[in-house]
Ligand binder design. Sequence first.
Ligand code: BGC
Length: 252
Amino acid sequence: MKALGIDIGGSGIKGGIVDIAAGEMISDRHRIKTPHPATPEAMVDVMAEIVEHFEWSGPIGCGYPGVIQQQTMMTAANLDKSWIGVNLSERLSKRTGSPVWVINDADAAGIAEMHFGVGKGKPGVVMLITVGTGLGTALFVDGMLVPNTELGHLLLDNGHEAEKYAAGSVKKEKDLSFKAWAKRFNKYLNYVHAILRPELFIIGGGIAKKADKFLEYFDVPIPVVPAEQGNLAGIVGAAMAAHLAHQGRTSN
Ligand code: BGC
C-alpha cells in the first residue's frame, strides 16, 4: 500500500513515496523550486519530473494551495491565476499514466495529522493551521474533514487579511521576531476561535518545529499544539487521499 504524495507550494514542489498504513514517507523528499510565473504548464512539468525522479507508477496524490471542487482548481491565491478552472488530476494523469487525486494542501496535512499525529483520536472540532507562504486551514468534526475552509483569507478586525498579516512568508519578509509574529498570529487564533469554537488548534508547516520559540506568546482559551509530522504532513496526507480515492472511498 504505497502512493506518491506531492505537496504543491508557492515556493517549492515536494514529493515522496508514502507507506499508507504506516503514514510514513519511505523515500527521500525530492524538492524542486516552484517556477515563476507559477503557471499550470510549468508546474505540471515539475510534478512530472518528481514522478520520474521516483520512477513512480501508481496512485499520485497532490496537495494544492487553493479550493478544489470536482478535481478542478477554483482559486489560486499564491499561484498564477491561470490555474483557475484547470483539472489537475486529468492533466497529470494524462502526462504520467497514473491515477491522480488532488485535495487542498492544508486538508492533506490535516488528514495526516488526524490519523498519525497529534490529532489522532481527538473528538469534537479540531482545526489545523499550516503556516507557510499562505495560511492554510483544515477543519475536522469528530475526525471528519470539512474541506476547503480557506480561513487564512479571513479579514481581521484591523482590516488585514489574515494570511497577509500572519503567514510564515510575512514573518520572513518583515523580518519579524518569533514574539512579534506570535502576537499577530495570536490575534488570528482568537478570531478563528470566536467564530468556530474549536477545542484544539494544531499548528503545522515548517514553523511547527520551532514551537518552543513561540507557543509561550499565545493567549488562547484552548490548547495550541505543534503538528508532529511537520512539513511532511502535506505529502503524507496527499498520498493517503490518493489511496482512498483510488479505492473509490472519497469524494471532492
Ligand atoms: C490558499 C489555501 C492554502 C493555503 C496554504 C492559501 O493562500 O488559499 O488554499 O491551503 O494558502 O497553502
